[in-house]
Design a protein around this ligand. Structure first.
Ligand code: KIV
Length: 263
């Protein structure tokens, strides 16, 4: 069985069919997600918090990311596999090449990096060298200390316009997908309609092309009770049931509901 590619996700966007993504950090969960029909698996640097027990993603290294990407790649058969470039592993384009190559050789099909304007040359150069890039805007957790906490972004008119400009710029630079995290739902919908590339939302309302959650949050085992998270274990008897319920809810556009959105 061959893995899905970004072209498949692009087709889903053109058909206006929502796509599903969850994070995974090991082979067993990767296999479970894959069998349940999740189209994109993200080896997120959220592993710093849910696997390593840290307060933020800042301490995560590329050695950590390579190890978990290898584990996930062994369990996954079909889903498109994206891996996060962790904090300061892409501070210069040269550093980004080395870090991205390590993740791709560990089994990733795309790398994700956080930020807007300053990353445009890096996105272009990675793309030119055959590394598909997923950009990440809004609440970018690696900048939590600069934001002064995990706060919703893009709430003022100026901030919303800046986010729209950044989204257009990362697409023009070559990004093939864009994660939008914790921004008002109407802004995320506007960006998703404006861009050709697929958008993937977390805390960004129902208007993005796909939805992603941190696995441990949607299983109700991380202790996080954020507005945008739904515990999919509720009413289910198995992990498999919870993941299938998530896939169905995203496909049927039942999740995220208004109570999971920011205005
Ligand atoms: O690290 C992660 O899990 C992420 C998602 C929250 C999008 O970046």
């Amino acid at each position: 069985m061959t893995r899905l590619t970004i072209s498949h996700i692009e087709k889903l966007k053109s058909r206006r069919e929502k796509f599903t993504c969850l994070t995974a950090y090991d082979a067993t969960f990767a296999a479970l997600l894959d069998k349940a029909g999740i189209e994109v698996i993200l080896v997120g640097d959220s592993l710093g918090m849910v696997i390593q027990g840290r307060d933020t993603t800042v301490p995560v290294t590329n050695v950590d990311m390579v190890y978990h990407t290898r584990c996930v790649a062994r369990g996954n058969k079909q889903a498109l596999l994206i891996a996060d470039l962790p904090y300061m592993s892409y501070a210069t384009p040269e550093q980004a090449f080395t870090s991205a190559a390590e993740l791709m050789q560990a089994g990733a099909q795309m790398v994700k990096l956080e930020g807007g304007e300053w990353l445009l040359p890096t996105i272009t150069r990675l793309t030119e060298r055959g590394v598909p890039v997923c950009a990440h805007l809004g609440l970018t957790p690696q900048s939590v200390d600069a934001f002064g906490g995990f706060r919703v972004q893009g709430r003022s008119e100026a901030a919303a316009l800046q986010l729209l400009a950044d989204a257009r710029a990362v697409e023009a630079a070559g990004a093939r997908m864009l994660v939008l995290e914790c921004i008002p739902a109407d802004l995320a919908a506007r960006i998703s309609d404006d861009l050709t590339i697929p958008t993937l939302g977390i805390g960004a309302g129902p208007g993005t092309d796909g939805q992603v959650l941190v696995l441990h949050d949607m299983l109700g085992i991380s202790g996080l009770s954020a507005r945008f998270v739904r515990n999919f274990m509720t009413g289910q008897e198995s992990l498999d049931g919870a993941i299938k319920a998530y896939v169905q809810a995203v496909k049927d556009e039942q999740f995220p509901a208004p109570e999971h959105c920011f205005e």
